[in-house]
Design a binder for this molecule. Structure first.
Ligand SMILES: [Zn+2]
Length: 470
């Protein structure tokens, strides 16, 4: 155990590494450059599918992927529970709304959060707050007010500032772990654009906050024993056109359930959007109480399947052939992703929708990341396989091309920025930290959980998806 160590984690929600790199090069993030990057590194990490706040925070705080944790989106439906007709808690979710607090009771009970492993942690604005009282979840009673006010007034800088003030005060209590989310970059990216002036200002503000925190830690004599990490759960791309995936089905005569219109009798289809570039599609007509496989997808979708694949707004669709084989199809053709005991294989059939070529052999989980890290779909093989571990994952997953999203109606205010898909701009996040002695291999955000524990001299649980970089 280190002497009085502190792990200080700044999660800049929606931060893009290219924007951060440019701002650093322009001298607009001087504190991050001097205090974090110069003694440490600026590198990148691959997030998870779906690349959306909530599910994409699980790798950091639980070391696992959304599919492993059975939380496959910010919205999902459980076909078995839904078909049972009981009005039960586990039928469907939208963590964006009043069901947000259920995120914590939905977390897998056999896995511990970093907050539960550190003795004296503090949380600011993160959704993952299981077992924390208001003495440690510092925004437990103020988050809703701050977020609602910011949503109504389009003013998110105040939210970040309030979080920063909480963080500064908390340093007096000498915590051992602080996980602080700064939501302004994500919020301004959605409402304005990922490259808008307010969005850029939000990055610059966080740099100022980091400067103040480092100065205080130096005065406290703790800076030498502080691990400071800056990262994000996803990137964002600009959106020019909305395509409403749920309306695609309802306009073609399918009785379609979507948020917020969830009290629908005997729907044929349910659509649950995350981010808004990824949608789970649940088909209730032929087999309502379990996920569909292969031929059953064609039987239920009929001509809608090729019609959807060919649409200009759609990037690709992916579904189960079995629990180990997944079909991925785009307008450019079809390929298979296989998960076996030896690892992961990619087999183009009528095309190469992921642009990877055929993998000549089965790849381990780490090799799969290394081979795909610089591709347009980082970590695609592992990420497709992991999300289908959850039976709450849709019968079909749909992703939109950059520039488009999948939700038009009921989205207020209108969104001009999007994330959630497997594309590089959504998946690759900055990983900036004041250490340069960690392994330099391709990294996932899930690798930070064991790395943090190891750095702090603590035991790493073995039921995780991440692998330590330390
Ligand atoms: Zn977002």
């Amino acid at each position: 155990m280190k002497n009085d160590p502190l792990v200080l984690f700044y999660l800049i929600d929606g931060a893009r590494p290219d924007v951060m790199k440019r701002l650093i090069d322009e001298g607009q993030l001087p504190n991050i450059r001097k205090e974090v990057m110069e003694p440490g590194v600026f590198r990148k990490a691959s997030s998870c599918f779906t690349s959306t706040t909530g599910p994409a925070n699980l790798p950091f705080l639980m070391g696992c992927f959304p599919g492993t944790a059975d939380i496959p989106g910010i919205r999902w439906l459980d076909k078995k529970e839904f078909a049972s007709k009981k009005i039960g808690k586990y039928r469907l979710r939208s963590y964006n709304g009043i069901e947000g607090p259920w995120f914590n009771s939905d977390l897998p009970t056999d896995r511990k959060t970093l907050h539960e492993l550190f003795n004296n942690s503090r949380n600011i604005y993160s959704m993952i707050t299981r077992s924390l009282g208001s003495d440690r979840d510092l925004t437990k009673y103020t988050k809703l007010f701050h977020y609602l006010t910011a949503h109504l007034n389009d003013e998110w800088h105040d939210v970040d500032e309030a979080g920063h003030q909480k963080l500064m005060m908390s340093l007096d209590d000498r915590p051992d772990f602080i996980f602080a989310v700064f939501p302004a970059v994500d919020s301004f990216s959605h409402i304005h654009d990922p490259f808008d002036d307010d969005t850029i200002q939000a990055y610059i503000n966080v740099d100022g906050y980091i400067g103040e925190a480092v100065e205080k830690l130096k005065k406290q004599g703790r800076w030498q024993n502080t691990l400071l990490i800056i990262s994000s759960d996803h990137g964002l791309t600009s959106t020019h056109t909305h395509f409403d995936l749920a309306n695609f089905f309802s306009e073609r005569g399918r009785n379609t359930l979507k948020h917020p219109l969830i009290f629908k009798n005997k729907p044929d289809v349910s659509v649950m959007i995350s981010g808004n570039a990824m949608g789970h599609v649940y088909l209730h007509d032929i087999i309502p109480d379990r996920p569909l496989y292969g031929r059953e997808i064609y039987d239920s979708m009929g001509s809608l399947l090729p019609e959807l694949v060919k649409r200009k707004e759609i990037d690709f669709l992916v579904w189960r052939e079995s629990d180990e084989i997944f079909t991925i199809e785009s307008s450019g053709g079809r390929a298979l992703v296989l998960r076996t005991a030896d690892g992961f294989t990619y087999l183009p059939q009528t095309g190469d929708p992921l642009g990877l070529g055929e993998t000549s052999q089965s790849l381990s989980q780490m090799e799969s990341l290394e081979v795909t890290f610089d591709s347009y779909y980082p970590d695609a093989l592992v990420q497709i396989a992991q999300i289908f571990l959850s039976t709450r994952t849709g019968d079909i997953l749909v992703t939109s091309k950059n520039g488009y999203d999948l939700r038009d109606s009921w989205e207020w205010p209108e969104h001009h920025g999007t994330h959630g898909s497997l594309c590089r701009e959504h998946m690759i996040v900055p990983l900036i930290m004041n250490r340069n002695d960690w392994m330099n291999r391709a990294a996932r955000t899930a690798d930070l959980y064991p790395s943090i524990l190891k750095w702090a001299g603590m035991k790493v649980p073995d039921n995780i998806d991440g692998v330590s970089l330390v």
